[in-house]
Design a protein around this ligand. Structure first.
Ligand code: GTP
Ligand code: MG
Length: 445
């Protein structure tokens, strides 16, 4: 690991009121002097002109966090400047000129991990928190980041160590004495308790995994039913091309839709019919693929035509859990926008007159209401769940071996369970694993 100064813009690309540039390094005192020509006081915001020679790049606030009381545990600087890309790039150029290096993705978090400021689950939670798409996902990532997830695992690890020492004391018991049954019964109960605690964490983690994925809504239906038009109404812009030619949309195109403080993905698809050419055929096959990945299907029907046999055949062929019919073009059939409750809800809308668009949003929001709210969920990753399951499996084997009086193997299973669970926290990590985790981060994190 390098202790050189690294720097990166920590705020998103584009213009904004403020931009933040971060620097981290083992000892930044001489670097600070070189860049700003003054010393900075620890944890004090200092307003100063950042200069490249005589040229003032920007008037910025600079905060110095002396090691070890910083995010990375090293000396750190936060430069809060105007959020203009040219200014921010000029400041970064200046920092590079004075000896800093461009930070790699996740390098700040990686240094925090190596300096024992955070464990691996917390490092992962930082990335998850930044990309969380609704408040439950945010809460779950915060739970992981606060160390609650890690603490629960630590508690189980401690218990496993105690149980293991008890099993080992049986192994060392004088051979000619019988092991008291009472001891074995007690150990068995302890393994069962650890098993239950671990199962609870796994259940909450599964929920977390679902949360980390954004909900997807696919708009499907015959050509010209108005799928692209409805999506444009939802996005309030001309994102998808609309035309009276059947077969306008040729690909499955995904857009991001914000409703209140939730973000979902909506997918425009090619109209379903017997394709007239290869491109359309590919578009339709992509439409079908996106249907299978979607959390809900909006099946768009031209209300002047109603549900056709072809629609019924198509829907019968698909195995979709949740779908809603959108009857579009009610401006032509002179109906009012409304939701009709059926086995599958019927929602009456008009893209042309912008009628009933809120009802589509309401349908999407309802999917969030039905999600159970559990305060103890963690935004676990599949890596965690895999290791939690291994830990559980070894605990169960250890109990079986204990009851067969095979104490050596029982202790070995406890060791393996401990190993799996401690890997979640990044104790004894491999370089590959660390690279995989940190390289998926944004630069500046
Ligand atoms: N009267 C009326 N016309 C509409 C409405 N919504 C869409 N249209 C028209 O229907 C035609 C098809 O609309 P699109 O949004 O392109 O339909 P699509 O389902 O995306 O079609 P493909 O991409 O070809 O599958 C266009 O001429 C639209 O202007 C509506 O609510 N009322
Ligand atoms: Mg279209």
């Amino acid at each position: 690991m390098s202790h050189d100064a690294i720097c990166a813009i920590a705020t998103p690309a584009g213009s904004s009121a403020l931009g933040i540039i971060r620097v981290s390094g083992k000892d930044l005192t001489s670097f600070i002097k070189k860049v700003f020509s003054i010393d900075l006081e620890n944890r004090k915001a200092t307003l100063l002109n950042i200069k490249d020679g005589k040229n003032v790049i920007d008037k910025s606030i600079v905060i110095y966090y002396a090691s070890p009381h910083s995010f990375t545990g090293e000396d750190m600087l936060e430069i809060i400047c105007h959020g203009n890309q040219i200014i921010m790039n000029s400041i970064v150029d200046l920092l590079l000129e004075k000896g800093a290096k461009n930070a790699c993705p996740g390098e700040f978090s990686q240094r925090a991990f190596f300096n024992n400021k955070i464990d691996l689950t917390q490092a992962e939670a930082i990335a998850d928190l930044v990309s969380a798409s609704d408040e439950r996902a945010v809460k779950a990532a915060q739970n992981s980041l606060s160390g609650k997830f890690a603490q629960e695992i630590e508690d189980i690890l401690e218990n496993i160590l105690i149980i293991r020492s008890e099993v080992e004391s049986i192994i060392n018991f004088p051979e000619d004495d019988d092991v008291p049954m009472l001891n074995i019964e007690k150990i068995k109960n302890k393994i069962e308790d650890a098993y239950t605690s671990l199962s609870n964490i796994i259940n909450n983690s599964y929920e977390g995994i679902n949360l980390s994925q954004r909900k997807k809504y696919a708009f499907v239906g015959k050509p010209n039913s108005g799928k692209s038009s409805l999506i444009n109404c939802l996005l309030r812009k001309d994102a998808s091309i609309v035309s009276h030619h059947a077969g306008t949309t040729r690909d499955a195109i995904e857009y991001e839709l914000r409703i209140n403080n939730k973000i979902v993905n909506i997918i425009d698809t090619a109209g379903l019919r017997d394709a007239v050419d290869d491109i359309e055929r590919e578009g339709i096959s992509r439409a079908i693929k996106s249907i299978t990945n979607a959390d809900r299907l909006f099946y768009v029907i031209d209300d002047t035509k109603g549900i056709s046999e072809a629609d019924k055949i198509f829907l019968a062929k698909l195995q979709i859990n949740k779908f809603t019919f959108l009857f579009n073009k009610i401006d032509l059939t002179e109906k009012d926008p409304m939701i009709e409750k059926n086995d599958n809800d019927y929602v009456y809308v008009s893209a042309k007159k912008n009628l009933g668009i809120d009802l589509i949003k309401q349908t999407i929001m309802n999917d969030f209401l039905t999600d159970d709210v559990n305060e103890n969920i963690y935004l676990a990753r599949s890596r965690h769940v895999e290791l939690l399951r291994q830990g559980l499996e070894h605990l169960s084997m250890s109990k079986d071996k204990l009851l067969e009086d095979n104490f050596d193997l029982s202790a070995e299973e406890l060791r393996l369970s401990h190993l799996a669970l401690s890997s979640i926290l990044g104790q004894n990590p491999t370089e590959d694993l660390l690279n995989k985790i940190f390289s998926s981060f944004c630069i500046g994190k």
